[in-house]
Design a protein around this ligand. Structure first.
Ligand SMILES: Nc1ncnc2c1ncn2[C@@H]1O[C@H](COP(=O)(O)OP(=O)(O)O)[C@@H](O)[C@H]1O
Ligand code: SF4
Ligand SMILES: [Mg+2]
Length: 433
């Protein structure tokens, strides 16, 4: 590698070319801290009993395609598996199952040495620029280190390249001899960029790279990243929890929920025409008025369930404001909405039960639904009258939530393309044909 090839645009980017392809990717952890691992007990009868620790299903069946030269934004609440997904894609974590193809090569089929060589093409930038830079190393050495590790260039040319890259990322070649503590957060993230670029990668995974920076600094760093992408023909996989950052940087967006992709599509499709109830709820939780908003949408309530025991069927169903009514009740839309609100409020103990009448008034506008559904609601009210909240929750959940198609069948990513040319895939039963 020479500076000339590195400084010129490395290649003309063909956006139709696939760089990364992931199929059925899973990453399960055995437990949270590694204390409980598989062990066998010998019972008195002499039968061995195997203790199976709980599995944390951090990533649980992800399909993704990342095209050369694009930025794929990855969003989702904390704990949804974003960091685990990207670390598994880079093989920093061993996948539990599934396939990762990078530049047409199946990473699992590579030897350690081949994987190490390929690593040069895949770099990562982390959230905290403070802790990812060695405080005892001068910035120039920090940038040179990956080149040295991969045996690139001789010492003098590595120095020249480091200085050249410091300028490219918006610093100054005179910063070469300074230590990280002399830099601001934004500048440190620029050092990280130079370091990642030093080995001339194709693919840079950015895990919340600007989340710890001031908003004004974020914009500057993001702009630099966009410029570098253009100049060096880079492909980004970019995690951020801030939707405005995702909107600014991404070409396409993947929305992740509890180890799976809920929706993926062109940026415009996701932001202007979100389909998945989770995406809608995420967008609604942003406190900026959205002129494209049509009608009422549910606000995101409750926590992300544990990935140790994720809900059956659709993983979002325990919080979904659009949960599908069980067919057997044949309920009108408003009736179902009321039952759903009642069921969730009982489950979350969101109100004080003073009297049956007031509760019916509050949730059912005076009258419970007729038929079998009404009987269940009546039974739940009986339980509440005797202060049996758990029992009421169980009655309602078993009769309604667990009978929904959302609980009994796992939604697949259904594809929709729009007349304006945008397309998305949505894993929600509402979009089955
Ligand atoms: N090494 C690990 N061992 C056990 N559980 C883990 C480990 N790393 C992450 N997890 C769990 O996996 C889930 C996903 O975590 P993470 O990928 O960090 O999510 P995100 O980046 O979206 O916040 C969380 O429940 C987290 O606690
Ligand atoms: S499948 Fe059901 S629970 Fe899941 S997002 Fe769609 S409507 Fe909601
Ligand atoms: Mg994370």
């Amino acid at each position: 590698m020479t500076e000339t090839t590195a400084s010129a645009p490395t290649e003309s980017v063909n956006l139709d070319e696939t760089l990364v392809e992931i199929r059925g990717l899973k990453k399960h952890f055995n437990d949270s801290d590694g204390i409980l691992t598989n062990f066998k007990l010998q019972t008195d009868e002499g039968f061995p009993v195997t203790y199976q620790p709980d599995k944390v299903r951090a990533v649980d069946g992800v399909d993704l395609t990342i095209k050369k030269g694009e930025t794929l934004g990855l969003v989702g609440e904390s704990g949804c598996g974003k960091s685990t997904l990207v670390r598994t894609i880079l093989h920093l974590l061993e996948p539990t199952d599934g396939e990762i193809n990078f530049k047409g090569k199946d990473l699992a089929s590579l030897s350690k040495g081949e994987l190490r060589n390929l690593r040069q093409d895949m770099q990562m930038i982390f959230q905290d620029p403070q802790s990812s830079l060695n405080p005892r190393m001068r910035v120039g050495r920090i940038v040179e280190e990956p080149m040295e590790a991969h045996g690139l260039l001789d010492k003098e040319r590595r120095q020249r390249r480091a200085k050249y890259l410091l300028e490219k990322v918006g610093l100054d070649s005179s910063h070469y001899n300074r230590y990280p503590h002399a830099f601001s957060g934004g500048q440190r993230q620029r050092v990280n960029l130079a370091r990642a670029l030093s080995v001339n990668p194709d693919f840079i995974v950015c895990d919340e790279p600007v989340s710890s920076l001031d908003v004004s600094i974020q914009a500057q760093v993001l702009n630099t990243m966009k410029e570098l992408q253009e100049e060096f023909g880079l492909t980004y996989l970019f995690i951020a929890h801030d939707l405005s950052v995702i909107r600014y940087i991404s070409d396409r967006v993947a929305v992740m929920y509890l180890g799976q992709i809920a929706e993926i599509g062109d940026k415009e499709a996701i932001f202007d025409n979100p389909q998945h109830p989770y995406t809608k709820a995420l967008l609604d939780s942003v406190p900026i008025p959205n002129p494209h908003r049509r009608g009422e949408r549910g606000v995101l309530k409750g926590d992300v369930p544990s990935p140790i025991n994720p809900p059956t069927g659709c993983r979002f169903r325990t919080r979904c404001p659009e949960l599908i009514a069980p067919e057997k009740f044949d309920l009108a839309e408003t009736e179902w909405d009321r039952i759903l609100t009642f069921m969730r409020s009982v489950d979350r103990r969101e109100f004080t039960f003073d009297s049956r009448e007031n509760t019916v008034e509050r949730f059912f506008d005076g009258g419970v639904p007729a038929g079998e559904a009404g009987t269940v609601v009546g039974d739940a009210l009986d339980s509440l009258e005797s202060e049996e909240w758990d029992e009421a929750t169980e009655l309602l959940t078993n009769a309604f939530a667990e009978q929904s198609v959302c609980a009994t069948s796992e939604p697949q990513p259904y594809t929709q393309s729009r007349t304006n040319g945008t397309m998305h895939k949505t894993a929600c039963h509402h979009y089955r044909n």
